[in-house]
Ligand binder design. Sequence first.
Ligand code: SF4
Length: 366
Amino acid sequence: MSTNSKIQIKGLWLEELEKILSSWEEKPYRVNQLATWIYNKGVSDFEQMTNLSREFRQKLAASYTLSTLKLIKTQNSLDGSTKFLLALPDKETIESVLIRDKGKNTICISAQVGCPLGCLFCATGYMGYKRNLTAGEIVDQVLQVKPYINRGEILNNVVYMGMGEPLLNYHNVTKSLKILTSDFGVCISPKRITLSTAGLVPQIYHLADEGVKVKLAISLHAPDEELRKKLMPVTNKHSLKDLLAAAKYYAKQVGHRVTFEYILIKGVNDSEKQAMQLARLIANIPCKINLIMYNPIPDAPFERPALEQAQKFREILYPRAPAVTLRISKGVDIAAACGQLKTKVYKKQKGIDFSKLVTPPVVHRF
Ligand code: SF4
């Protein structure tokens, strides 16, 4: 992507930088120096690349730009999270979040502007889809947010859980993973990166064989095919059965268990019976389950369940499921969940009868 006829250099990786440098007859070792300045040191001006010759810096500045994202505003949550609204060169906006939790810092990044998958509980799903982010725009979110980490603390995790479905932007996302994990890049261990997907089965298999070995989180959110189809239309294309087989393959191939994310929505998927169904569904898959209390969207028809109900759900699941955590969403007061930062005004999707999603109360019997 170019800005005012200059090409964005962020997002280019070693082999692409190598091509530029060899056409300028620069020494090959300059490639690593350049990558380190762009991604590791995160400088905003070619002039700051002080170990490159002045002539080389001027050549770079004449053809390339280092800027991809512009910070529009930040908003702090009472629990310490900060959300960032960032503008892209084409004036579209995306969101990133810095989640601070007991001295640990996680940056949540977006992979697309909007999202075409239309999950019913998700603010981004109501925005529709605009475009994929470039690898540079994905990486730059980490570079822009990192300086906001408290002095003396480090970046612990990066999660692809912001706007968009990362596996629909497979090429740019896998390229951004290489940049984030390389020594010449942002230098984050793959074990500290989690990619979250709504369940694109072929791409899960590709990612398992890609060799990047990041953690995989799968948004499950329903213990049966029928409810999942209603909540997550992607299930019409990729069945729950195929998704679970892909999850099992990923865990085996990459060597660590997958995480199933399950947003608890009052009266929709939070009954004791559904907890039992969920336990049966994921049996035999090396996994852990993250239960997340629904983060309300303004005017949305869904509600957050009572903490008591969520705890009951968790108690039924564990120890039937190997590891279960119950997470109260961070940034509730600033609506920091996926896409909720951008879409303050909830847009009602036409033709959906939300009342049909609410299940009658279930009496649980053992
Ligand atoms: S939950 Fe993720 S996949 Fe579903 S609509 Fe939102 S951004 Fe897209």
